[in-house]
Design a protein around this ligand. Structure first.
Ligand code: MET
Ligand code: ZN
Length: 765
């Protein structure tokens, strides 16, 4: 052991070259069998273990935490929290994948953002009857880990029951959620008791119980569940098995702190020191002498190196607050799944050549940093300090941008006329219940090939654009044929809704292989903001003009909003997120002007990441929402009254920020709703929302075409909750992951049902 102990809480799951992604997709298509799939997945897991074992870099290495699709989903499968529609399937990974992706008419589980990240988990659905728990696969995996890593270093990871319960949905018909939560907990306690015993018997010396739900606001009423769960779960635990209670993404709050520190069966508490204020809690309460502190001092969600001038004093301070060296374990604040595998890995060197890369740090580098900190490596400290000072003087600031942000006044954030005044001026020719889509159409293999050819240089820019225009022509033709009212160009030129814009703005940096998991096999490659952001040319008008020239119907301009660009990028570490978002907002404001100039009358500014960036504590929530909403308003406020500003959001729990959605002052909010069962729609009604709303009519994640009855049911529910004049009819989200046949069929059903309903409404008027 070195000066400090080191631990990790989980690694990037996909592998250096997204091996798990490709293995999963092949397995789903039946191109490889189950054994081959598992072998490939295990090879990635073992690679991760090896990285940590090398040079004894990490003392506590998690095992049993390499999930194929999602952790909450795997635990639901193992614990038997399986909704009826999947209960007939055999337990195991096929049922787990079935729940993730849907099968034979059984729709998939929901999809939600995990805390404040852009990673999505699958909420378990709680039926009245549970399937039997089956932890065989989990235990076998832990056993493999123990053998590979060695019993001294292996730490079995368990997702704790309260976190599972907090991320489950309960039937509204079965009575109060609180009661249902306790009922489920009562069933889970004996399962966890046995599990802890089994792990002890196998020779596991320490168990990491991941209970990040401890960071939810105290008002979330979870503490009674913790109080109920843990004394019983840990009651029969052998004294030789240590417990590390792991939290992340926020501080645990005063009440949870007190509870945690009082639990004598908990030997180590892992806390996040990069978000929230656990340090203040430690200062005011001290830290129990008999416990180890797992100090999450390395930001697992940031691609930037540690700043020694901040992190070394923090390590000192923790000791001066009474955490002795032998009880201090330094670690990343959360799983490293939120950063790419390795900075050096497979890069085409564009990234590595850039000055900023000297201060970048992906998973491999973070493991090295931990090791350097644990061994008090002086050279590392000197080199890192030097790298940061070189970076800061390498053109990160742009004076013009700085002035523009500093000079903003109230007027810059406010549209010329109020919603009531401007709304009637917007596309008055539209019928009631205008139909539209969210923007993207299927990204076919052909389209992806075009991009590869352009990249390889086997296709010229002119040829590429001509091919893209052909796609746009096809897509406009389809939409005309279907009879949609507000058309889109279909986004064939965009790889990704953030990357496409980031690539055209100044101040952004891109990796060739810096993938992180978004959900299931889907990975994203977030741009890295390294300097002040600005824009010096139009980004979307070329494709808009092509599309609009082909139709008399309005074509919707399609932009990604400032908050989403920020949240789905890696923000820089040296200036605030607010300042970066305002810079992006100003760039988008220019783009909206370019689009208007090109004749665009309706512009959608997507903000699917608005909610996920929101901090978890009420005090900080309000502050975030204020600047996040302001950034959106900054981007859109200069639009003419005649320009209809739409926005779109998806796959979040919006309940606690509804007012903010209203304050964004968009003319129409096209929001995901089908997969969350009208919850979002009811929440809009509850706040008395009067602006335009496009609640999604069907889930776009499934290839299953919705029936007319289903769409009709949705629309009836819209009409019960909103005025006809408020409604726009659209799917839940973009269609880029779908194939053409089901896309056309589903939209055809949506348009047909809308036409029928228009006639009915007019007849009854
Ligand atoms: C994740 S939200 C996606 C919105 C985007 N306009 C699309 O249709 O793909
Ligand atoms: Zn969406």
């Amino acid at each position: 052991m070195y000066e400090f102990q080191t631990a990790t809480l989980g690694l990037s799951r996909m592998g250096p070259n997204r091996e798990l992604k490709f293995a999963m997709e092949k397995y789903w298509k039946g191109k490889i069998g189950k054994d081959e799939f598992i072998a490939k997945a295990q090879a990635v897991e073992e690679l991760g273990w090896s990285l940590q074992l090398a040079d004894d870099k990490i003392d506590s290495i998690p095992v049993g935490e390499h999930f194929y699709y999602d952790g909450v989903l795997s635990w639901a499968e193992w614990l038997g929290i399986v909704p009826k529609r999947f209960a007939h399937l055999d337990a195991g990974i096929d049922r787990m994948f079935a729940m993730a992706r849907g099968v034979d008419g059984a729709t998939a589980l929901g999809l939600k953002k995990w805390f404040t990240t852009n990673y999505h988990y699958l909420p378990s659905e709680v039926d009245t009857k549970r399937s039997p728990a089956n932890l065989t696969d989990y235990l076998a995996n832990v056993k493999r880990g123990l053998q590979f890593v060695g019993a001294d270093k292996a730490r079995a990871v368990i997702y704790g029951p309260v976190t599972i319960i907090r991320h489950s949905t309960f039937a509204q018909t079965e009575g109060s959620i609180d009661v249902q939560r306790f009922a489920l907990l009562a069933e889970l306690i004996p399962i966890y008791q046995k599990l802890i015993q089994d792990l002890s018997d196998m020779g596991v010396k320490e168990i990491q119980i991941h209970e990040p739900a401890l960071v939810f606001d105290e008002s979330s009423k979870l503490l009674p569940l913790y109080k109920q769960a843990y004394p019983s779960i840990l009651a029969n635990k052998k004294s030789t098995t240590r417990i590390d209670m792991v939290t992340y993404f926020e501080d645990v709050g005063a009440d949870n702190w007190t509870w945690l520190m009082e639990q004598s069966e908990i030997n180590k508490v892992s806390l996040d020191f990069t978000r929230g204020d656990n340090l203040a809690l430690l200062k005011s309460n001290g830290f129990p002498k008999e416990k180890t502190l797992g100090a999450g001092i390395i930001d697992a969600r940031s691609p930037w190196k540690v700043d020694p001038s901040k992190i070394l004093p923090l390590i000192e301070e923790l000791q001066s607050l009474g955490v002795s060296k032998d009880r201090l374990c330094i670690q990343p604040c959360a799983s490293l799944q939120f950063v790419p595998w390795d900075l050096q890995n497979g890069e085409d060197n564009n990234l590595l050549k850039h000055q900023a890369s000297k201060v970048l740090s992906f998973q491999q580098q973070k493991i090295d940093e931990l090791h350097a900190l644990a061994t008090s490596d002086k050279k590392f400290v000197a080199d890192t300090n030097e790298a940061w000072s070189v970076y800061k003087s390498s053109g990160t600031r742009n004076e013009e941008v700085g002035k523009a942000v500093a000079g903003l006044t109230e007027k810059d954030f406010t549209r010329g006329e109020t919603f009531e005044v401007r709304r009637p001026k917007q596309m008055p020719e539209l019928p009631i219940l205008p139909t539209t889509s969210i923007g993207s159409f299927p990204q076919t293999a052909g389209i992806r090939r075009l991009r590869q050819q352009l990249k390889k240089g086997t296709m010229s820019k002119e040829e590429y654009e001509a091919a893209i225009d052909k796609e746009i022509t096809f897509m406009i033709g389809i939409q005309e044929g279907l009879g949609l009212d507000i058309l889109v160009h279909g986004e064939p030129e965009r790889t990704d809704m953030v990357e496409f814009f980031a690539q055209q703005m100044n101040g952004m940096l891109f990796s060739g292989n810096g993938w992180v998991q978004s959900f299931g096999s889907r990975c994203v490659r977030p741009p890295i903001i390294w300097a002040d952001v600005s824009l010096d040319h139009a980004m979307t008008t070329r494709e808009f003009k092509v599309a609009q020239s082909l139709t008399k119907k309005p074509v919707k301009g399609m932009l990604t909003g400032p908050i989403t660009i920020l949240n789905w990028s890696f923000p820089r570490a040296d200036i605030s997120r607010k300042e970066q978002t305002f810079q992006i907002g100003l760039a988008l404001r220019k783009e909206i002007a370019y689009l208007e100039e090109a004749g665009c009358r309706v512009i959608q500014v997507d903000e699917p990441a608005l909610r996920e960036g929101m901090p978890m504590r009420s005090a900080r929530k309000d502050e975030y929402l204020r600047w996040a909403v302001d950034a959106f308003r900054l981007a859109t406020a200069a639009a003419k009254s005649e320009t209809s500003i739409h926005t779109h959001m998806c796959y979040c729990e919006f309940g606690d920020c509804m007012e903010a959605l209203d304050e964004m002052d968009a003319d129409v909010n096209s929001i995901e709703n089908a997969r969350s069962d009208d919850e979002t729609l009811r929440q809009f009604k509850a706040i008395g929302y009067k602006k335009g709303l496009g609640p999604g009519t069907y889930d776009i994640h499934s290839p299953v075409v919705p029936t007319p009855e289903f769409i009709r049911g949705k629309m009836e529910s819209f009409l019960e909750n909103m005025e006809v004049s408020q409604l726009t009819i659209n799917p839940d989200c973009g269609l880029k992951t779908r194939g053409w046949p089901e896309t056309i069929e589903a939209l055809r059903v949506m348009v047909e049902v809308t036409k029928e309903m228009r006639l009915e409404i007019q007849a009854s008027a």
